[in-house]
Ligand binder design. Structure first.
Ligand code: NOJ
Ligand code: CA
Length: 524
């Protein structure tokens, strides 16, 4: 396998709680993943990125880490993780673990020690503790907003406040402190030494803060906590560690930075290898918009020599089939609302076309578990089952992210659709009763299923190695480009498009040899 495998890999994202339950407690686990490795090998993916599997109180789906060097008992043991990494390797699948450097859990020993220690103590210096404003310090130290809504400061008993850009259970670390840096360098080595091929870096654009923690002034540059220049030093030191291995490890950033040029700085040759392309993910189903994003992406990556990534959804955003079935097909966190009308048949059709679009683009591809099954967002979860802090911190107006985290359907006519073994506890989030047609079993061997489309698409994609170029004279509303000797056409216009050439793969029927609206085809 080539050392630069990450340049054109298909990477499958496993949300461990919802992938497969091996021991019957209704929660996905590492034994469940190990049992499904043949499925992932058949799908043809090159690597798995695991959302956090560390010990965690699960205040934010595991992004509140209490111990970075172990596995939560709900998922298994550290030995299970080692076995999983080794067994995946036997299937030719690499493992990417999720590193959460911006914040820890409030149950992390460092934070507990900081709470037990006095204001001004060395323990508190690992975090951002401050006195409040107002006559009695009763007001938060600044005007920042939490990424989950509301105030990012929580006051403790002795009157000091601590910063948490996400939930209160996720105190932010002070990245100006050398111990914080050293600790994370050791954590990287810990997982690299256990065979992890790389890390996905959570909230990578947020670690560095202006030490004065000044008020946020709209438009002011530099921003007090987003995309600050000192971040690059951190990632250079991480790259040196990744490169020190015989088989160099890979750094993948989660960076929500709208400016594509600023984004590409993280991908300079001595920093990260790749980063998620959220610009593309957020674009509506519109040929002009998608083309603009593809052009901007490729243009920004070219000077730094990094491959682009293509992502349609993940564990934080509305599932593709649902998003594309709406009047507003963009993704935006602040646009999420209960009760948005959705045409799932339309959404599925577009998601199938989008699959062929992203599979044909040059760079690496991320596939979020269930996307290959065409799962929709589950929008009618009982309110008392919701878990996501995004929902609660919005005061209940934001549906939150549970709807894209529902356990996968594998087999059989009824819940839990093979997610858990027989006689198991009910899954931690209920699956819709009508998912029988979406199981892996139901879709396997069905030439018209989403699963078959992804299997075929990933297989053929391996041969797509040639250069990328837009085809001239494409009609308005049609994305038309070539990858080497293969052409990809995606029809987002209202009129069917005449075709010529040998059809390698199509996202839907091609009546009379025409490419209908919301359909894509690969031609040779
Ligand atoms: C980004 C992760 O993808 C998301 O799930 C999490 O809530 C935040 N970072 C905070 O860690
Ligand atoms: Ca389990």
């Amino acid at each position: 396998m080539s050392e630069q495998w990450w340049r054109n890999a298909a990477i499958y994202q496993v949300y461990p709680r919802s992938f497969a339950d091996g021991n019957g407690d209704g929660i996905g686990d590492l034994a469940g993943v190990r049992a499904k490795l043949p499925y992932l090998a058949e799908l043809g993916v090159d690597a798995i990125w695991f959302n956090p599997w560390y010990p965690s109180p699960m205040a934010d789906g595991g992004y509140d880490v209490a111990d970075y060097r172990d596995v939560d008992p709900v998922f298994g043991t550290l030995q299970d993780a080692e076995k999983l990494i080794a067994e995946a390797g036997e299937h030719g699948i690499r493992t990417i673990v999720d590193i959460v450097p911006n914040h820890v859990s409030d149950r992390h020993p460092w934070f507990r020690a900081a709470l037990a220690a006095a204001p001004g103590s060395p323990e508190r210096e690992l975090f951002h503790f401050r006195e409040g404003r107002g006559e009695h310090g009763e007001l938060p130290p600044n005007n920042w907003k939490s990424e989950f809504g509301g105030c990012p400061w929580t006051r403790i008993d002795d009157g000091q406040w601590y910063l948490h850009l996400f939930a209160a259970a996720q105190p932010d670390l002070n990245w100006d402190h050398p111990r914080v840096r050293r600790e994370h360098e050791e954590i990287l080595r810990f997982w690299f030494d256990r065979g992890a091929a790389g890390v996905r870096i959570d909230s990578a654009g947020l670690l560095a803060k202006d030490a004065a923690l000044p008020d946020l002034v709209p438009g002011a540059h530099p921003h007090p906590y987003l995309d600050r220049d000192d971040l690059h030093d951190i990632y250079r030191s991480w790259r040196a560690i990744a490169d020190s291995y015989e088989h160099p490890r890979v750094l993948i950033g989660e960076i929500w930075v709208p400016d594509t040029e600023r984004f590409a700085r993280y991908l300079r040759p001595d920093e990260m290898h790749t980063a998620f392309n959220f610009d593309f993910l957020a674009r509506p189903w519109d040929a002009g918009q998608l083309r603009e994003s593809i052009d901007a992406t490729l243009a920004a990556h070219a000077p730094v020599g990094a491959p682009a990534t293509w992502v349609l959804c993940n564990h934080d955003v509305t599932r593709t089939v649902t998003r594309y079935g709406r009047a507003d097909t963009r993704f935006a966190f602040d646009a999420k609302a209960f009760g948005t009308p959705t045409d799932l048949a339309l959404g599925l059709r577009r998601a199938r076309a989008a699959a062929l679009l992203t599979l044909a683009l040059p760079g690496s591809l991320y596939l979020y578990q269930g996307e290959e099954l065409g799962l929709p967002e589950v929008e009618d979860l009982p309110l008392d089952r919701l878990q996501d802090p995004m929902h609660f911190r919005s005061g209940g107006t934001d549906p939150g992210r549970d709807g894209c985290r529902v356990p996968l359907p594998w087999t059989g006519p009824e819940q839990p659709f093979g997610f858990s073994p027989d006689g198991a506890k009910e899954p931690w989030l209920p699956q819709p009763a009508d998912w029988a047609h979406l199981t892996v079993e139901a879709q396997s061997g069905d030439p018209a299923s989403m699963l078959t489309l992804y299997r075929e698409g990933i297989r053929i994609r391996r041969e797509l190695r040639g250069g990328f170029g837009w085809l001239p004279d494409a009609p308005e509303g049609v994305l038309a480009f070539r990858r080497g000797d293969v052409r990809c056409l995606v029809n987002l216009s209202a009129s069917p498009l005449p075709l010529d050439g040998e059809v390698l793969l199509a996202s839907g029927p091609l009546p009379d040899g025409l490419l209908p609206t919301d359909t894509a085809v690969w031609l040779r």
